[in-house]
Ligand binder design. Structure first.
Ligand code: COA
Length: 330
């Protein structure tokens, strides 16, 4: 087992747009069906932000709730790490807008771009910075408006992506056990083009032609991503547990990125983990990228599925290709 980074999750919060889009709603505008979407992905419905909502407004709500949940005020936050692939603006970091919107002090605030592994990356970075000192309470956020980069003419991607936000406050532990015990972060850039928004960056700035060619929307080679995801999810869950010297039975709860129910089920089966010990909310919220893990963790926390002293393993993977896991003891 690696060295424990002493910490506790002092509070959590989420934000979901009100607008619900069911599979049948999609079947009315696209050549698809509730049956196809449910059996291939496990999704029944998802939330889409309205025009006046974005990754910043969703994050502001989630973060406000997390700060309140922790019994803190924005003035108590020492650091903001914001995971998103759909920043409110290309420049500057959405974290800076969030700092101002919350009324925090002039603390460090920056974005992490690690797609669906983003929250785990942000959590490990937040934990590491609290460990080196000077940052007592870190606000770690995953927030996405995936609908802003979704091509609603591409039936293979638009039915899986969704919007939402989740936030956690990392703070000092109040016992000798809670902390971050193991983590695995990685990336394989040879797969960088498997999930990509081709235009809008410095390689291909926005022009009328790029807009006309729909190049500002996310393109995904779904089948190849699926193969990577199934293998990598199992690998990091099993390897992180092994490195910590734990048995699968020791884990109270596993919180995987919600990309596809089949990927989650396959990981649970490979680990020998019963499905009631693995978080699933993709049926209701779809794939919210960096927001999916904190939203699922908060749900488990509120439902009493995880409690002080429990081992909880988070794991995500996504565009980049990136992956990350974090084993914590609550
Ligand atoms: C996206 C995903 C659900 C598609 O499922 P799939 O079984 O791989 O489907 P394919 O893309 O191979 O397409 C199979 C067929 O279904 C069709 N299809 C795709 N989307 C469809 C939809 N929404 N409704 C109906 N048919 C659809 C395709 O056109 C194709 O038809 P064809 O055989 O006539 O050409 C799946 O690839 C997946 O989950 N990939 C990983 C996604 C992921 O984890 N991404 C995010 C990383 S964070």
């Amino acid at each position: 087992m690696g060295d424990r980074i002493p910490l506790a999750i002092r509070g959590m919060g989420s934000a979901l747009p009100d607008r619900v889009m069911t599979n049948d709603d999609f079947a009315r505008i696209l050549d698809t069906s509730d049956e196809w979407i449910r059996t291939r992905t496990g999704i029944r419905e998802r939330r889409f932000a309205n025009d006046d909502e974005d990754s910043l407004t969703l994050a502001t709500t989630a973060a406000t709730r997390a700060i309140e949940d922790a019994g803190l005020t924005p003035a108590d936050i020492d650091l903001i790490v914001f995971a998103t692939s759909t920043p409110a603006y290309p420049l500057p970091a959405t974290a800076c807008f969030l700092q101002h919107a919350l009324g925090c002090r002039h603390i460090p605030a920056f974005d992490i771009s690690a797609a669906c592994a983003g929250f785990v990356y942000a959590f490990v970075i937040g934990a590491g910075l609290t460990h080196i000192g000077g940052y007592s309470h870190a606000l770690v956020v995953g927030s996405e408006k995936m609908s802003a980069v979704t091509d609603f003419q591409d039936r293979a991607t638009c039915v899986i992506l969704a919007d939402g936000a989740g936030a956690a406050i990392i703070g000092p532990p109040d016992n000798e056990l809670s902390g971050l015990y193991e983590h695995m972060l990685g990336a394989d850039g040879s797969g960088a083009e498997l999930i990509i928004v081709p235009a809008g960056g410095s390689a291909k700035p926005a022009t009328a032609k790029t807009v006309e060619e729909r190049q500002h929307y996310m393109k995904m080679r779904g089948r190849e991503v699926y193969k990577f995801a199934v293998t990598k999810m199992q690998e990091i869950l099993i390897e992180t547990t092994r490195r910590a010297g734990l048995r699968v039975e020791d884990l109270a709860y596993v919180v995987p990125h919600q990309s596809n129910l089949r990927i989650i089920e396959s990981a649970a089966q490979k680990m020998g983990l019963p499905m009631d010990k693995i978080a699933v909310n993709i049926d209701r919220y779809g794939n919210t990228s960096a927001a999916s893990i904190p939203m699922a963790l908060e749900e488990a926390w509120r439902a009493g599925k995880v409690k002080a002293g429990d081992w909880v393993l988070m794991a995500g993977f996504g565009a980049g290709l990136t992956w990350g896991s974090a084993l914590i003891r609550l």
